[in-house]
Design a protein around this ligand. Structure first.
Ligand SMILES: Nc1ncnc2c1ncn2[C@@H]1O[C@H](COP(=O)(O)OP(=O)(O)OP(=O)(O)O)[C@@H](O)[C@H]1O
Ligand SMILES: [Mg+2]
Ligand SMILES: [Mg+2]
Length: 493
């Protein structure tokens, strides 16, 4: 069944689990450095490997970051919580269990407001945010790719084992209808922005700092009980999240139409084809034999600490957007365009550097965005907010008009220097020198007697015919208003 038909016939329900790697200096339960990359099995200690005699110690920064995330999502922070062993046998966990939290997470029951590109809002109910450690990385060589069975041999890198993670789990998200895929990706994007605002993670999707497990089920109607879900694991780009949801909706609908049932299982998403494929069956009763981690004492975050952290929470992206819209006087639509283009921070910094909001918006969403598109480079790599503010300053001082400013901007983006330097070096400044302007006007008048006659006869539009040669002679640097005044003064004596 095609996606378009599936989404008309069935009501999709989604559930998202987001794993975020925290930017702590060391791992969650040991002193190994928490850094990306490095040679295989170099960022490890006996505790990362769970060697006999090693003991875990909770990373205080990790707890602080988890509390901040919980608070930012409007969760209750537990008065007391515990770590648990999630037991499973796979070579990515050297201890045969992952230290996680089960029925006593540090944060529970919050929500996240998500705004789609067209302004439609959804409230995503958050069930929990809990602390855990990441697993290591397996690479299966030879045989069927991605399968441990059939591979000739497997390699394991424990650098990531023990890395500080927080997992945020939503309740089943209903009522999204045909917007399900967009809601899923926008929710993860919103979380990414929150992590960055909180400064708890670099939150780089492409480095796997943020990964989403995407659960999808279908039901006949919004009143029907929830259908059986599949869980597509470790999807790590916004676009892939959308594609995975759409694919699953179409795939599940096809099965249901054929009278088949949905198997509750994990699935893998394939970038190349946009398809998901079956992983392993996984029932809700899957027995991880959770039990309290005996090597760690219960964690009791003091209320003073929690309130201290609450008081230092930065302004979150959604609040900031609302506040700036008010201060700048932009419409909802203008604000959304700015946010969707990822230009909010740049414009804010440009305004902080002295530019008027309207001018900052005009240059970033206009010429800078055009150049970025042309060069296929992010706007942030082309010019800095300070440079755009300087450019706007030169326009306000009457040294540049818009056309000249565009030339200056292009040169700045090409790395030729700061706006004022480029303007002087390329001699782009508006001709202030009335002598040069006058000479150009005289020349144009002398060369076009017929036009002059028309102007004398009252045909003011004819002035335009003189502006071309004047602009040419001054290389576009003439102030058009001044040139016109001069022409009239000379002709009418
Ligand atoms: N019928 C359903 N349709 C869609 N989503 C569902 C459905 N039932 C549960 N979910 C969602 O699936 C997710 C389950 O995540 P959770 O972490 O609780 O369990 P899990 O996936 O079994 O465990 P693990 O952390 O080991 O992957 C939640 O976001 C939940 O809201
Ligand atoms: Mg989970
Ligand atoms: Mg899961």
């Amino acid at each position: 069944m095609k996606y378009e038909d599936a989404i008309k016939k069935y009501d999709p329900v989604i559930g998202i689990e987001v794993h975020v790697e925290l930017g702590t200096a060391t791992k969650m339960f040991d002193a190994a450095p928490n850094t990306f990359g490095g040679g295989p099995n170099t960022n490890i200690t006996p505790t990362s490997l769970g060697l006999p005699g090693s003991l875990p110690v909770v990373n205080e920064k990790g707890v602080e970051y988890a509390i901040k995330i919980g608070l930012a999502l409007g969760c209750e922070i537990a008065e007391t919580c515990r770590f648990a062993r999630k037991n499973y046998f796979y070579p990515d966990v050297p201890k045969d269990f992952q230290t996680s939290q089960s029925d006593e997470p540090i944060a529970a029951e919050g929500s996240v407001e998500v705004e789609l590109e067209d302004g439609t809002m959804f409230t995503i109910p958050v069930e929990r945010a809990h602390m855990e450690e990441d697993a290591g990385k397996n690479t299966h060589i030879g045989g069927a790719t991605g399968r441990i069975h059939g591979a000739d041999h497997s390699l394991v890198d424990y650098n990531r084992a023990g890395v500080t993670l927080v997992e945020i789990v939503t309740h089943p998200i209903t009522g999204t209808g045909e917007r399900a895929a967009e809601v899923a990706s926008t929710y993860v994007r919103t979380l990414r922005d929150i992590f960055r605002a909180l400064d708890v993670s670099e939150a780089r999707m492409e480095q796997g700092n943020v990964r989403a497990d995407v659960n999808v089920s279908l039901r006949e109607s919004p009143d029907a009980p929830l259908g059986t879900r599949t869980e597509t694991k470790n999807v790590n780009s916004f676009r892939s999240i959308e594609r995975a949801v759409r694919y699953e909706i179409a795939r599940q609908a096809t099965r249901l139409e054929a009278g088949e049932t949905i198997v509750q299982e994990t699935r893998h998403f394939h970038e190349g084809t946009g398809e998901t494929s079956s992983g392993r069956p996984k029932s809700d009763a899957d027995d991880y034999r959770y039990f309290p981690e005996p090597d760690l004492v219960p964690l009791v975050p003091s209320r003073e600490w929690v309130e201290e952290l609450r008081a230092t929470l930065p302004e979150l992206p959604a609040q900031k957007r609302r506040r700036l819209a008010g201060v700048w006087g932009f419409s909802d639509l203008e604000m959304r365009d700015i946010v969707n283009a990822g230009l909010l921070e740049a414009i804010e910094e440009t305004v902080n550097a002295g530019a008027k909001p309207a001018a900052a918006r005009k240059w970033w969403t206009g010429e800078v965005a055009r150049l970025a598109n042309q060069k296929d480079q992010p706007t942030a790599e082309l010019v800095t907010p300070a440079q755009v503010a300087a450019l706007i300053g030169l326009i306000n001082d009457g040294k540049l008009n818009d056309k000249l400013a565009k030339d200056v901007l292009t040169a700045v983006a090409d790395g030729e220097g700061e706006p004022a330097e480029v303007m002087s070096a390329r001699n782009l400044e508006i001709v202030e020198d009335t002598g040069a302007l006058e000479a150009a006007v005289d020349e144009a008048i002398a060369a076009n007697p017929d036009v002059v006659e028309k102007i004398k006869g009252g045909k003011m539009q004819a002035i335009g015919a003189l502006m071309g040669p004047i602009m040419k002679a001054t290389r576009g640097q003439a102030d058009a208003g001044k040139a016109k005044d001069l022409i009239l003064a000379k002709i009418n004596g």
